[in-house]
Design a protein around this ligand. Structure first.
Ligand code: 6R9
Length: 654
């Protein structure tokens, strides 16, 4: 975020006090903070006991060997049972779990009893294909009910899912399937997006042809009805397997620390990190935050989180949190503007959605399209709005509340990460007086701080680095296959704190005079484009993998709609690039990145330059390139080898 926007953010003075009627009926009451403060571990143990355990735990936390944490370590549970069977056994089998809306307009409502049956069948199918505890299953699906069913079936068997976002490329699938050594891939022929079917199985075929892996089978859901190639020895249709599967499946308990999933996320190097989450602690915090932060009343609310299950938000707040709580939710396959720009608002009206959770990038694009589009729909069912993925600018916050929330709904701005597994910093609706643009306070049970580089608390009205000071139940348990990188990335910066190492989140933050937290964006080489994390290194590697590229530097430049946008500066190899113009090269390279990583990584601009600004020690000065990309006066260039480079680049990128 640029300095000017930080300044305007921190001058935001509007305040929104909770409505007394909302407060009186709210799930979260102010005493929660006192209870958690008085006995933090006791508080979390109490939250964990809201789940069903096959073996009750006696130990809450073992932090004797940091950064390895064990939560509820001697307990056992089945995650899928907690999300399904127990609601049916409690007499809520007829409650709708998922109102699914396909992009072309088809829809399905699935009750908890039906979802439980489908997951039991799918678990039998997977077990029949040899999937058991600890095996990795890659899932590459559109946002259809089978995505949820597949994840829960894997969880039911104590196996580990690795969901790969359906927008990722064959190359990304290959890297993830190889890294996790997946045994099975679950995909679809295709899915619907922007009025068209996009192929999925084809990408899996390409990925597996190039991969050195142990994938034995590919299970294919029929959705797009597009043509697919078929390998008789390897490929199986989901519907055929499900047709003959038994509906009986008894859920077995697995230890609380049994791995539940791996989810890859961008870090500061080219190679995505496989973030590992386990069962008991993860489910505890996902379920607790989903209840308390969203004020969930499962009997009456209709909840909708617009995230894809390919991201952590989809894991924790589409699958595990809501289903553990027996919520009724909406799941929508497609894009917000298909077939018309009011599609989301039409869905809210149709299902009478009461709790809505989305990202600032979406809100900003709706602001741009105009208020008349949402205002043409009846949105009066909404009573709570949430935001996640990046800092929300105060103007977007206020627009969200006024136009979508009818000027009355509380807004929860929730800060968390793939690594934290669940919400960490957020207002509690009905309790907190909210400030547009600030995520504000750690939720009860969580302790954070803002430190300077030396590890000292920055004090009020100052900025620094955000840390989490105590272990939390849904914390990541590692990076798949790379314990050193885990320790180094998150726990080495403030390793010598008195009560064990502090978790370094990679975000800059400011504490205001009341001690509320304002998130200021990443402090590392990670960009945030439409709420999705991309690493500059990862895109640079993709660029230099193209034969015409000699060198590349990528920066995240601020963008009105997507928060940040990818801007690349590329030096071409003069021989190989002889016959292409700069404009052609730029087009080719944008397409190349999309093909290597996925469309979300496609640079907004690729500038062809002859040199890159470097320090005397040879480091590319990305800060300067960001200044140029954002049209700002350039800052300090004293460490630059050749100061004319900047002028030349500025001329070429005009
Ligand atoms: C859940 C999710 C994590 C990064 C995080 C931060 C940014 C997320 C935010 C926010 C300001 C919020 N971020 N929520 N920044 N306010 N409410 O997005 O996970 O994809 O891992 O991204 O997103 O920079 O470090 P993930």
């Amino acid at each position: 975020m640029s300095t000017t926007s930080i300044d305007s953010l921190l001058h935001e003075i509007r305040r929104f006090a909770p409505d007394p009627a909302f407060s009186a009926a709210a799930v979260a009451q102010p005493e929660l903070y006192d209870r958690a403060r008085a006995d933090r571990l006791g508080f979390w143990a109490e939250q964990a006991r809201a789940l069903d355990w096959t073996t009750p735990f006696t130990e809450t936390l073992d932090w004797s060997n940091p950064p390895v944490a064990r939560w509820f370590g001697d307990g056992a549970l089945n995650v899928a049972y907690n999300c399904l069977d127990r609601h049916v056994e409690a007499g809520n089998g007829d409650r709708v779990a998922i109102h699914w809306e396909g992009e072309p307009g088809d829809s399905r409502s699935i009750t908890y009893a039906e979802l439980t049956r489908e997951v039991k069948k799918a678990a039998n199918v997977l077990a029949g294909l040899g999937v058991g505890q600890g095996d990795r299953v890659a899932i590459y699906l559109p946002l259809i009910p089978e995505a949820v069913i597949a994840m829960l079936a894997v969880a039911r068997l104590g196996a580990i899912h690795s969901v790969i976002f359906g927008g990722f490329s064959a190359e990304s699938i290959r890297a993830r399937v190889e890294d996790a050594d997946a045994k099975l891939v679950i995909t679809a022929d295709g899915g619907w997006r922007k009025g068209k079917v996009f192929p999925l199985k084809h990408a899996v075929d390409t990925a597996l042809a190039a991969a050195e892996t142990s994938v034995e089978h590919v299970l294919v859901v029929r959705r797009g009805e597009n043509d697919v190639e078929w390998d008789d020895a390897r490929d199986l249709w989901w519907h055929e397997q499900m047709a003959s599967a038994s509906e009986e499946h008894e859920a077995q308990g697995f230890e609380a620390e049994n791995p539940l999933f791996i989810l890859y996320t961008s870090g500061t190097t080219g190679k995505p990190k496989g973030i590992l989450h386990t069962s008991g602690g993860y489910l505890t915090q996902a379920a607790y935050t989903h209840r308390a932060v969203f004020d969930l009343k499962p009997e009456t609310d209709v909840y909708w989180c617009t995230a894809d299950v390919g991201w952590i938000t989809g894991h924790s707040y589409v699958v595990y949190g809501p289903l553990a709580n027996g919520a009724t939710q909406v799941l929508y396959e497609g894009t917000p503007e298909t077939p018309h720009p009011g599609r989301w608002w039409e869905i809210i009206e149709k299902y009478k959605v009461s709790i809505f959770y989305t990202a600032p990038t979406a809100i900003r694009s709706f602001m741009k399209a105009g208020r008349e589009i949402p205002l043409a729909h009846d949105l009066s069912s909404l009573r709570l709005l949430g935001s996640v993925g990046e800092p929300i600018n105060p103007e977007a916050w206020v627009w969200y509340r006024e136009i979508i929330g009818g000027g009355t709904t509380p807004i929860v701005d929730t800060w968390w990460q793939t690594e934290t597994g669940a919400i960490m910093i957020s207002a509690l609706p009905g309790v907190t007086t909210t400030k547009p643009g600030s995520a504000q306070v750690p939720i009860p049970g969580i302790s954070v701080d803002v430190l300077d580089e030396d590890g000292s608390h920055v004090g009020l009205d100052s900025g620094g680095l955000l840390v989490v000071t105590e272990p939390w139940p849904s914390m990541l348990r590692g990076i798949w296959g790379d314990p050193e990188r885990f320790a180094e990335t998150y726990w080495s910066k403030f390793a010598d704190a008195p009560n064990g190492p502090l978790y370094f989140a990679g975000d800059g933050a400011h504490l205001d005079v009341d001690g509320d937290v304002w998130l200021l964006g990443r402090v590392d080489d990670v960009m945030n484009v439409s709420g999705h994390r991309l690493s500059t290194m990862e895109i640079e590697s993709a660029l230099v993998s193209h034969p015409i590229v000699a060198e590349a530097a990528v920066v995240g430049a601020s963008d009105e709609t997507t928060g940040q946008a990818v801007v690349a500066y590329v030096i071409l190899r003069s021989k190989k690039a002889k016959s292409v113009t700069a404009a052609e090269a730029s087009q080719m390279l944008r397409a190349h990145v999309a093909e290597q990583i996925g469309a979300i990584a496609r640079p907004r601009e690729v500038f062809i330059v002859t040199e890159l600004p470097k320090t005397r020690s040879g480091k590319i000065m990305r800060r300067l390139l960001r200044d140029i990309a954002e049209g700002r006066e350039i800052g300090d260039t004293t460490t630059l080898t050749d100061t004319t480079v900047v002028t030349v680049i500025r001329e070429t990128s005009r």
